[in-house]
Design a protein around this ligand. Structure first.
Ligand SMILES: C[C@@H](O)C(=O)SC[C@H](NC(=O)CC[C@H](N)C(=O)O)C(=O)NCC(=O)O
Ligand code: NI
Length: 130
């Protein structure tokens, strides 16, 4: 068995695709409309689904906002340098909501970025210890 994807419902698919591809450097792997269900699925990630766990963005055509609640935590992305990644994300218009620095009560350097729907994305480097 292996992890295939995490599904996130998004309110504006084009805005989300622009963020994940232009700001976070992911690739749009495939996209399909389901007119009978009035939704679109878009799979994005850093490599083919055969070798990578990816994100499945679900766009319900009739829903333009979601309540994320208080249970969702984050998805994590590995970057070579968390400080440099934050600079790059900010320069591309991304929202860094927790600046790079040592994790509270730990030692790993991390940062958090919000996606267009408010989903949190953690940035970690290969040298993380926690
Ligand atoms: C392709 C596979 O990875 C899926 O997750 S598709 C599953 C399908 N998704 C939807 O219907 C998305 C739209 C829906 N309105 C939503 O917001 O979840 C699904 O959940 N099908 C249910 C079923 O019983 O087949
Ligand atoms: Ni799925």
């Amino acid at each position: 068995m292996r992890l295939l994807h995490t599904m996130l419902r998004v309110s504006d698919l084009e805005k989300s695709l622009s963020f994940y591809t232009n700001v976070l450097g992911m690739k749009l792997l495939r996209r399909k409309d389901y007119p009978e269900g009035k939704f679109t699925l878009a799979f994005i990630g850093y490599g083919d689904e055969s070798d990578n766990t990816v994100l499945e963005l679900t766009h319900n055509w009739d829903t333009n906002s979601y309540d994320l609640g208080n249970a969702y935590g984050h998805i994590a992305i590995e970057v070579e340098d968390v400080y440099a990644a934050c600079d790059s994300i900010k320069a591309k218009g991304g929202e860094v909501v927790r600046e790079a620095g040592p994790m509270k009560h730990g030692s790993s350097i991390l940062a958090f970025v919000k996606d267009p729907d408010g989903y949190m994305i953690e940035l970690l480097s290969p040298s993380r210890k926690d």
